[in-house]
Design a protein around this ligand. Structure first.
Ligand code: FE
Length: 225
């Protein structure tokens, strides 16, 4: 038997992974970035085959990783985590730098960034694992703490989108007993749950300009559970 809650005990960070060039660049939120060797320094990241960025990494052979700070805003996480680069230019309006390889690097909410040249691609089924060799790295903020996936889920109440390697179908998790007079509302973009009982404020009483604290989705888009 698999208790899927055990999977939440594995810790991860949250990053913006970018690829492409100044003319055609894109990025997405990844929680699977990890160092695989120290000499030479090589890192791996997993990307869904459907992701626009996966195609860019294969084509350009370069990618960057921006380490997000703990207070990363809904603007950064919403844009890179819950929108598709096929429909929007995610880098538009962002603070972007271009690395030695020409790869875009997102500076918004970043405390450090790393730049890689691809050495290997491993097909792991739904996802591709890209192995890159470090060519450049910089610290942008030595004081701020990095955002972890646990903090994102517990404090920011964010969930993994469907194409994330760590996505878990809600039906696989035990359903908690619901309160009687309180309702819950779900963000259709990121899966954030607004719980009236926990928040102490009825969803209808929230101001019209209230937005999803995780991804910035509008209040009117929320679905009552
Ligand atoms: Fe949301």
């Amino acid at each position: 038997m698999i208790d899927y809650k055990a999977l939440f005990k594995v810790s991860y960070g949250l990053y913006v992974v970018c690829s492409g060039s100044e003319e055609n660049g894109n990025g997405y939120i990844s929680n699977t970035v990890f160092q695989v060797t120290s000499d030479p320094p090589r890192f791996a990241t997993c990307c869904n085959k459907e992701n626009h960025t996966a195609g860019l990494i294969r084509k350009s052979g370069v990618f960057s990783v921006s380490v997000l700070q703990i207070d990363a805003g809904a603007g950064t996480i919403g844009t890179f985590g819950y929108k598709s680069g096929k429909d929007t230019d995610k880098l538009k309006g962002m603070n972007v730098r271009y690395g030695e390889t020409g790869v875009p690097i997102v500076i918004n909410d970043a405390i450090a960034f790393l730049e890689f040249r691809m050495v290997e691609t491993i097909d792991v089924g739904t996802h591709l694992m890209f192995i890159g060799e470090l060519v450049h790295a910089e610290v942008l903020d030595d004081e701020a703490e990095p955002l972890t996936y646990l903090y994102y889920r517990k404090v920011k109440k964010g969930a993994a989108p469907k194409n994330a390697p760590t996505y878990i179908d809600k039906s696989k998790l035990e359903k908690a007993a619901d309160g009687k007079d309180f309702a819950k509302y779900e963000c259709p973009a990121c899966g954030y749950i607004y719980d009236e009982e926990k928040e102490g404020v009825k969803f209808d009483d929230l101001p019209d300009d209230w937005v999803c604290p995780v991804c910035g989705e509008e209040k009117s888009e929320f679905i009552k559970l």
